[in-house]
Design a protein around this ligand. Structure first.
Ligand code: HEM
Length: 287
């Protein structure tokens, strides 16, 4: 089946969006190349990729299509996942005021009321990271990871919870294996009371713990994990320190009914998340 070209598509459709995004990225690349040529060399990943594109002596020189492809991947993988994970974290914070208070206590003792958090604070703000990790355990944005077997192999899997022993599953070469991240994260073998939002299960664990599968593990695991966790810790620290996040209730609605309304309205597109939901932000009063 041939892919339809953008010209044959109605204006405003997905092909049109793809073309516009492509144009935007090409403009950005041209702008960055011009800055670079003029001696304005910035210390960021985008500049490194532009350099890899221009350096003809580099054995691994990126061609133009690879450069645009990598810009696109970083934009998509980096934005959509983090934005949705932060939204889900705020949804759980609205529902669990006791946990929110506990986290704010840690923020105040580590960072205090006025200064910005810095990288050294990251490891001391484990409760902030834990509310994020628990949110992506319950709603992993990358809800499925697909792999293709490059050779015949056999997987050994434990029997279902409650049954002893293991079973072997032959995987012929070329098979696509679909890893269900939601299933892994709700497996009682690995997580006690998996249906409960319980950030304390992550307290004290290192930020790069492999107990969370949301970033995948192994050589093709998420390249942006450190960036995402530092960004989330920083954002949540600054937001929760100054603002109490509350559910935006309809007249007569209870917090529990609000929670059920939001959680019953999940969206599974490129990422798994909840649809837009109302919250209220109340400025915290300091004594
Ligand atoms: C909560 C945030 C994030 C989650 C849950 C997440 C999750 C994942 C997962 C599960 C994979 C593996 C996909 C696969 O194997 O098929 C992946 C790959 C990747 N992620 Fe993330 N990601 C997040 C944030 C980011 C950010 C902020 C960036 C970049 C700034 C990023 C860049 C990438 C890249 C480049 C890959 C491909 C790595 C490769 O194929 O070797 N991610 N991510």
């Amino acid at each position: 089946m041939a892919l339809a070209s953008a010209d044959s598509q109605p204006p405003g459709g997905p092909y049109c969006a793809r073309e516009r995004l492509h144009e935007f990225m090409q403009e950005q690349v041209a702008e960055r190349k011009a800055l670079h040529a003029a001696g304005d060399i910035r210390a960021d990943v985008f500049t490194l990729m532009v350099e890899a594109n221009q350096d003809e002596s580099n054995k691994y020189q990126l061609d133009d299509a690879e450069l645009i492809g990598n810009v696109f991947l970083l934009m998509l993988a980096g934005h959509e996942t983090t934005a949705n994970s932060l939204a889900v974290t705020l949804m759980y914070m609205s529902l669990h005021q006791d946990i929110q208070n506990e986290v704010v206590e840690q923020i105040m003792s580590v960072v205090g009321p006025d200064r910005d958090p810095d990288y050294d604070d990251h490891s001391k703000l484990d409760k902030v990271l834990s509310i994020f990790y628990e949110a992506i355990r319950m709603m992993p944005p990358a809800h499925a990871v697909v792999r293709e077997a490059t050779q015949d192999t056999v997987l050994t899997a434990q029997n279902p919870v409650g049954e002893e022993g293991t079973q072997t599953i032959p995987i012929p070469k070329g098979t696509h294996v679909f890893l269900d991240m939601v299933g892994v994260h709700y497996n009682p073998r690995y997580f006690k009371d998996p249906e409960m939002y319980m950030p304390s299960r992550w307290y004290g664990l290192p930020a790069d713990t492999e107990q969370i599968a949301a970033f995948s593990v192994g050589p093709r695991a998420c390249l942006g994990r450190k960036f995402a966790t530092a960004e989330a810790t920083c954002f949540l620290t600054l937001l929760l320190r100054d603002w109490q996040v509350l559910p935006g209730l309809r007249a007569g609605e209870t917090k529990e009914a609000w929670g059920a309304r939001v959680l019953n309205n999940t969206r599974t597109g490129l990422t798994l998340t909840v649809a837009d939901f109302p919250v209220k932000l109340a400025r915290r009063r300091r004594v």
